[in-house]
Design a protein around this ligand. Structure first.
Ligand code: CMP
Length: 153
């Protein structure tokens, strides 16, 4: 059964601070399935497409400079209602409202160096997945523990 997909990116500060493993682990332990993963350096053109909705905002140039400043890890996760669930795991954008226990709530103190990006809806997930991955880079496999994450009587 194909479940919903979402896009997650560990940002350059997350890589430099050695948080990649911890972040991936937090998403895995929720019961979500990793179906694509790659480390890459975003160029300006890709960054501008990815953050096109923020074009013209006061923080836009800072955002583009930061996201292209070092390697990122791009990934795709599958699960029921996955975009909303991952956003909850990630926490709010503003460091003073990100809930303790969320990734940003536990690891982030800056609005720019905020360690992780996750799609904010099914629609943006589809756009971002298509921007970063080719279909053949996405793995189709079953997770043997899935019956222990989803009830199916
Ligand atoms: P992200 O989830 O990657 O999506 C857009 C990014 O813009 C966001 O994380 C922040 O890094 C950045 N951003 C959003 N709002 C602000 C803001 N008010 N000031 C600085 N950066 C912001």
């Amino acid at each position: 059964m194909e479940r919903e997909r979402t896009f997650v990116m560990i940002k350059p500060d997350g890589i430099q601070r050695g948080l990649a493993g911890k972040i991936i682990s937090r998403i895995e332990r929720k019961g979500l399935k990793l179906v694509a993963l790659k480390m890459m350096r975003m160029d300006k053109a890709l960054a501008e497409k990815h953050y096109a909705v923020h074009h013209g905002k006061p923080f836009y140039d800072r955002l583009i400079n930061f996201i292209t400043s070092g390697p990122v890890i791009a990934s795709i996760w599958e699960g029921d209602n996955v975009a909303a669930i991952v956003r909850k795991l990630v926490g709010a954008t503003s460091p003073d409202t990100a809930e303790p226990g969320s990734i940003r709530g536990d690891f982030v103190i800056s609005t720019t160096l905020n360690t992780i990006h996750a799609s904010d809806s099914k629609e943006s997930a589809a756009f971002e997945i298509n921007l970063f991955f080719k279909e053949e880079e996405i793995q189709d496999y079953s997770l043997c523990l899935e019956p222990w994450f989803y009830y199916s009587a």
